[in-house]
Design a protein around this ligand. Structure first.
Ligand SMILES: Cc1ncc(COP(=O)(O)O)c(C=O)c1O
Length: 366
């Protein structure tokens, strides 16, 4: 049986008429950049995540970069983050002109560890940027306490966590600024690039709107140097159609995850740890296995796709060598890169496919 990591063609087929109509309506409107589709999407996503404001930009990466800039973080500032994330988290810090400071992860949740982050605070630290990895929110209470004690800004990289909650509260029902990505394979994915910043502060939202439009507050007058980072109306229209299905899709992912948990409980697999306070939306179902590479090869031979997120910790990447980290500096992140494997958990899977994947892993371990 063939089991892909994502099935975007199938997903499109299930809502083809609605999506095609939305696309046609944008084509007939002649409004292609920002405009009403984008403002409606901003309102709808802000409402879905408990935010007062949503500001759409052209990627999750830009959502991070513009958030840092909007908070005045740049040259001379340090931002503490995790080395076990997609590269964009760290790239945005560098592009803002600040210095990323890596702290190790909690080996259970894979998220930035608040205690290790606390050890990295210096007089130059301006912000903490935890990532809600694989769809599980980082510990909001611990990081907000740290931020309050040291007067830091929290920028939550929630690219993988739209629809998640922590202690019954949604993404933007906590202090700080949260960012989303609409990369096509995300839980809510566009048919191209897109992202959004969620904030409860009017001044931050206003600043972000200027930044995404070349630094213009209106007309051809520029108060600061900005960016060209707007969301297309076509992407917004498509995302508005898909947003209606997001709660059901997240529930389907959770159902598949629960089945894996049950079926793989007596194998060599270390199952994902779910913090009891977290509503995990399983952007990825990431297990650990002592013979990860052999398991990946075996699954591929049975038609099951899997992914390694991520194969090399960012503090050891060539691009970030100048930061001066060495192998052994962040042992939990380094170990995770050797052991993790993400198996298919997308909402378009059938129960039979989930069962099949679990059976293959059990067979490998037998
Ligand atoms: C954790 C994380 N941060 C940032 C990004 C960047 O988002 P984008 O690809 O939309 O720029 C992604 C996804 O791609 C991500 O997974």
């Amino acid at each position: 049986m063939r089991v892909p990591l994502a099935d975007l063609v199938h997903q499109y087929q299930t809502m083809k008429e609605e999506v095609d109509a939305a696309i046609r309506s944008v084509l007939e409107s002649g409004r292609f950049i920002l405009g009403p589709e984008v403002s409606h999407l901003e309102e709808e996503i802000a409402a879905c995540c408990g935010a007062r404001y949503g500001v759409a930009v052209n990627s999750g990466t830009d959502a991070l970069l513009l958030s840092l800039v909007a908070h005045g973080i740049g040259r001379g500032d340090e931002v503490i983050t995790t080395p076990f994330t997609f590269v964009a988290t760290v790239e945005a810090i560098v592009q803002a002109g600040a210095t990323p400071v890596f702290a190790d992860i909690d080996p259970q949740t894979f998220n930035l560890c608040p205690e290790r982050a606390a050890e990295k605070i210096t007089p130059r630290t301006r912000a903490i940027m935890p990532v809600d990895l694989f769809g599980q929110m980082a510990d909001r209470h611990a990081f907000l306490a740290l931020a309050k004690a040291h007067n830091l800004t929290c920028i939550w990289d929630a690219a993988q966590a739209i629809g998640a909650a922590f202690d019954g509260r949604r993404l933007a029902e906590f202090d700080g600024t949260a960012t989303l990505s609409f990369f096509p394979t995300k839980n809510l994915g566009a048919f191209g690039d897109g992202g959004m910043v969620l904030t409860n502060e009017e001044a931050v939202a206003e600043h972000l709107r200027n930044l995404r439009f070349h630094g213009s507050g209106g007309g051809y007058y520029y108060k600061e140097i900005g960016y060209c980072s707007r969301l297309d109306a076509l992407q917004a229209a498509i995302l508005r159609v898909k947003l209606k299905y997001l709660p059901a899709w997240n529930e389907a992912r959770r159902r598949h995850a629960a089945r894996y948990m049950e079926r793989l409980s007596e194998t060599c697999v270390t199952l994902p740890f779910v913090d009891p306070r977290a509503y995990h939306i399983f952007h990825q179902f990431t297990l650990r296995h002592p013979r990860r590479d052999a398991l990946k090869t075996y699954l591929a031979s049975q038609g099951v796709d899997s992914g390694i997120y991520y194969p090399l910790s960012l503090h050891l990447q060539e691009a970030y060598a100048r930061l001066g980290y060495r192998s052994g500096d962040l042992p939990h992140a380094e170990r995770a890169t050797q052991e993790v494997l993400s198996i298919p958990v997308h909402p378009d899977l059938t129960d039979d496919q989930v069962e099949f994947v679990a059976d293959q892993i059990r067979r490998f371990d037998a």
